[in-house]
Design a protein around this ligand. Structure first.
Ligand code: 3H9
Length: 695
């Protein structure tokens, strides 16, 4: 049996072997349930059900993965029959046992197919999950109703509202799968299917769920909503999961479908889909498609501080051979202790096995002096953020490393061209700006100078893929994309202080906007001294007419560098941030000194001024061709700076909000705040012509 084919290949094939038939889904790259797959699957299950020679069925997938979900590209279109819930109901209703054989990832609609099968076998490395909330959706094909019937309400609430996939061993513990495959997945699934022939069918939808008491349930929903920071899908998903204890499957599924369709056309889901495809699109840089990256396996890291050790871990996790060098035994062993500590914690929390820890610790070597880097393909410096220190290091590295070795700097602000100019190989020099903690944060800014060779940029992109990072290629400017925008909106946040707001009010307004932390809390976490050094560096070139707030300088002069010194914009007791009357006094005194009458500032004003500052600076970055596309800015802000993904990044959101009101806000700021705040040409032009960032 075959159904509508993709360029001659059937997306679903039924192999009617007796007594166990095999239905194979084959829709690369991830076996998404496109219309052709849904139609094929429905026809195959019906045929298997009616064929008297067939007594059981295995559903398996070709390629690396089980079904990774509905076809997200179809979400912008009118839904076409057969709908996935109907296909899945037909699987569950089949009169013969149906077993799912799971490899790779069974996500979203793929997990829902598996849930409706009468049993599930998975490879140990496979994972299962319902990540729909990450796309601003709820599961739409029974996931909210069947998962709790298998794993209970509490576990289902956790998995559905967080969108977290679980590895097969955890899935087995939870009752989400029945067996781990010990070798040949399909054979194991066939064997289980054979065992089930003649047994009563275990239909997930017919199981009952133990309810939670009303108080616990509403406390859970409230907690989930709070954690979602403005994203609407998790709260709605929680309500649906709870229904599983009270409603028959079909009634619960009808409610689920209604919510799914409503969210599918929501602004939040559009933004999150933009984020999903954006993360992948940034990997493809116009003009680099046919450029071959240089092979990299041996990586050297200069500097074993927080950044250096984090970068080393990121590379070791991805299977590279890593060597860290330092100038003293003391610094080296401190770095080694940092690395070991991270892995110890990962083992303690069950994230990695002791065997994996062993392997990764072995992948990282330690040495004194740069002379032990001679065999490296790539050397990344993570030393003190000082131009002369970095130039001197690059001069030394250039003198000893063979031609072709790529030299990368992890600077977060400095001019990479000046660092490259200290070498005889500027074409081999690139910025690789990791974010702290480097083994956790996804964003990687790849900074190219005018001299950086195309294959070096391509190597940066290829590395990012292996490291599972999200890369954004940009050109040189102070702070590149993210830190440049951050400086701007921090500045605006400080103006708000002088005009009447307090740090906790600005932070609360931006946390309500959806940022995980407001700018003052972030500053305390990162350390105020870093920016202080930068301000001092830039002081000689600062326009004297620029509005400058010196509260942060005064905090630093008082030794308040943030969390690490127990005080910064807040004071910290047992790690908890507290409003500090000393800071309030400093803020009020600053307003007084400037002759400003303090006034109450609404959360709305705080949010729209910060948004305008971000969008305007982003437009200047585009105007100066620091990045190629609006997408690059959105991805940086979402992945490095906590801009809520459900807003799609500042420029995607600007299109929705409208550029006119943003420009009006920018003009007002330019009038009030002076140099540096002039509207970007790209913003003015787009607002005038009605053009959008995303046509
Ligand atoms: C859902 O299922 C709703 C249902 O509850 C109800 C329905 C009624 N659709 O990430 P990769 C593309 S919602 C279309 O680079 P990896 C992707 O764009 C869905 N395309 O590979 C890329 O294309 P390109 C719930 C998709 O190995 C290529 O495949 N499911 C889809 O690093 C390779 O992807 C999800 O949210 C899709 N569903 O990671 C899962 N998925 O080469 C989303 C991928 O042109 N997917 N593509 O850039 C993922 O998380 C990862 O792609 C996955 C593979 C882990 C599967």
């Amino acid at each position: 049996m075959t159904v509508a084919s993709r360029e001659g290949v059937d997306p679903v094939r039924l192999n009617s072997t007796s007594p166990v038939a095999l239905i194979e889904i084959d829709n690369p790259p991830v076996n998404a349930t496109s219309q052709a797959v849904r139609a094929g699957l429905l026809a195959a299950i019906r045929e298997a059900d009616s064929d008297p020679r067939i007594e059981a069925v295995v559903i398996a997938c070709a390629g690396k993965t089980f079904v990774a979900g509905a076809d997200i590209r179809e979400f912008g279109q009118v839904p076409r029959e057969p709908h996935l819930p109907d296909v899945i109901n037909a699987i569950e209703a089949c009169s013969k046992p149906v077993v799912a054989a799971i490899q790779g990832t069974a996500l979203g609609g793929g997990c829902e197919i598996a849930l409706a099968c009468h049993a599930r076998v998975a490879e140990p490395g496979a994972s299962l999950g319902l990540p729909e909330v990450k796309l601003g959706l709820v599961p739409g094909a029974g996931g909210t109703q069947r998962l709790p019937r298998l794993v209970g309400l509490e576990a289902a609430l956790d998995l559905v509202t967080g969108g977290r996939p679980v590895r097969a061993p955890e899935a087995l513990r939870l009752g989400l799968i029945d067996r781990l495959s010990s070798g040949d997945l399909r054979q194991d699934a066939m064997a289980l299917a054979r065992e089930l022939i003649g047994q009563p069918l275990r239909r997930t939808g017919e199981r009952s769920v133990a309810p939670l008491d009303a108080e616990t349930a509403s406390a859970k929903v409230a907690e989930i909503r709070k954690k979602a920071r403005g994203a609407e899908a998790p709260g709605k998903a929680a309500e649906l999961v709870l229904l599983a204890a009270n409603l028959p499957l079909q009634d619960g599924m009808a409610r689920e479908r209604e919510t799914f369709l409503e969210l599918r056309s929501s602004a939040q889901s559009a933004a999150l889909r933009h984020a999903f495809f954006g993360e992948r699109e940034v990997m493809r840089l116009p003009g680099l498609d046919s450029v071959e990256p240089r092979p990299i396996q041996k990586v050297g890291i200069v500097g074993a501080g927080t950044m250096g050790s984090g970068i080393a871990i990121a590379f070791a996790d991805a299977g590279f051979d890593v060597r860290i060098v330092e100038t003293s035994e003391q610094a080296l062993s401190a770095g080694q202790a940092r690395v070991t500590d991270v892995y110890d914690k990962q083992v303690a929390s069950g994230r990695i096995t002791p065997a994996a820890q062993d392997e990764r610790l072995k992948a990282i070597g330690y040495a004194i002096g740069t002379s032990s880097l001679l065999d490296r393909d790539l050397v990344i410096e993570a030393v003190f953020e000082d131009l002369e220190v970095k130039r001197a290091l690059f001069r030394d590295l250039d003198a000893i490393l063979p031609p072709g070795t790529i030299l990368a700097t992890n600077t977060s602000y400095l001019d990479v061209s000046l660092i490259a100019a200290a070498t005889s190989r500027p074409a081999d020099v690139v910025g690789l700006h990791f974010f702290s903690p480097a083994h956790v944060m996804k964003l990687l800014e790849i900074v190219r100078t005018d001299a950086t060779a195309a294959d070096v940029v391509a190597t940066g992109l290829a590395l990012a893929k292996r490291l599972r990072k999200i890369p954004v290629v940009c050109r040189v400017c102070d702070g590149f994309v993210g830190n440049r925008i951050l400086s701007r909106y921090r500045q605006q946040a400080e103006y708000l202080l002088e005009e009447g707001a307090l740090p906790h009010e600005v932070d609360a307004a931006l946390e309500a906007f959806g940022f995980p932390m407001g700018p003052f809390a972030v500053s305390d976490l990162a350390g105020l001294d870093i920016n202080w050094a930068r301000r001092k560096r830039l002081a000689p070139t600062r326009d004297p007419r620029e509005r400058y707030v010196d509260i942060a300088d005064r905090l630093c002069e008082a030794g308040r560098f943030g969390r690490k010194t127990g005080a910064g914009w807040y004071r910290y007791e047992d790690g908890k941030r507290e409003i500090d009357p000393a800071v309030t006094a400093l803020v009020e005194e600053s307003s007084q000194r400037r002759g400003l009458t303090r006034r109450a500032i609404s959360a709305d004003e705080i949010q729209s001024r910060i948004r305008a500052a971000i969008v305007n600076e982003a437009c200047k970055i585009l105007d100066e061709r620091i990045v190629e596309r609006p997408l690059d800015v959105d991805v940086v802000m979402m992945h490095g700076y906590g801009y809520p993904a459900w807003r799609g990044g500042p420029l995607f959101e600007a299109d929705r909000v409208g550029l006119q009101p943003i420009l009006a806000q920018v003009k007002e700021r330019a009038a009030q705040d002076g140099p540096g705040w002039e509207p970007a040409k790209g913003l003015v032009d787009r607002a005038a012509s009605g053009a959008k960032f995303y046509p």
